[in-house]
Ligand binder design. Structure first.
Ligand code: SF4
Length: 217
């Protein structure tokens, strides 16, 4: 296993710098308040949607439906209206109602702290399960979304094509004690500095390590 230069100190600096720049991802913590159900629903709804948009939709949704029991008996059209604006809102409305029903039926209304059980829920894939295990349960996992995938490849930590390949490659390279901070650090960095189209390399703390793969100067 090749060691990486990524250390706890560098990850913490990435998080610190992105907090200074008010990365939207940090507003999620304030919204979920360590509530596991909120964390799960937010993560399901956030796929292919900006965090700011997902936050607005979630605030409206949770004003009306506060827990799994209430959401399980929700009207689908009403949920669609509340989350309108997020990507694939119709499919996601169906998923989160079905998800709430399954939580009630199979897990006594609780969010399970187990990867296999999480991915058995409607709308929950690998990334969502890992993100929830980290943020709601404090487990050592790496949730790979578009930011994590892009940045891991750009900086030259991995050379992969899919999120699954990236997750497995990162897990081989990075010590387990750092896994839980990778998602938040890279998402925050991707929202504020290493932007998808125009990365702000001149203000980036990774400049001395970054291989800038695919970045045009
Ligand atoms: S140096 Fe540029 S490409 Fe590399 S991580 Fe920083 S912003 Fe992204």
């Amino acid at each position: 296993m090749g060691k990486s230069w990524l250390s706890a100190a560098i990850i913490n600096r990435l998080i610190f710098k992105a907090r200074e720049k008010s990365a939207p991802v940090f507003r999620i913590e304030k919204f979920t308040q360590k509530n596991r159900f909120k964390s799960l629903i937010f993560t399901v709804l956030s796929a292919r949607t900006k965090d700011e948009t997902t936050l607005k939709a979630c605030e409206k949704l949770f004003e009306k439906f506060r827990n799994a029991t209430e959401l399980a008996s929700a009207n689908e059209n009403e949920v669609e209206k509340l989350i309108y604006g997020i990507g694939f809102y119709r499919v996601k409305a169906t998923h989160i109602i079905q998800l709430a029903k399954k939580l009630i039926k199979d897990f006594k209304g609780n969010v399970p702290a187990n990867f296999e059980k999480l991915i058995s829920l409607p709308g929950v894939g690998r990334k969502t399960a890992n993100v929830v295990l980290v943020h709601a349960f404090g487990k050592d996992e790496i949730g790979v979304d578009v930011h994590v995938n892009r940045i891991s490849n750009r900086i030259g930590l991995v050379r992969t094509k899919t999120p699954l390949q990236t997750e497995l490659a990162l897990k081989r390279k990075i010590p387990k004690k750092l896994w839980s901070k990778i998602n938040i650090a890279f998402v925050a960095h991707g929202q504020t500095t290493c932007l998808p189209k125009k990365p702000k390399c001149n203000e980036c703390i990774l400049i001395e390590y970054c291989k800038k793969v695919g970045v045009k100067s």
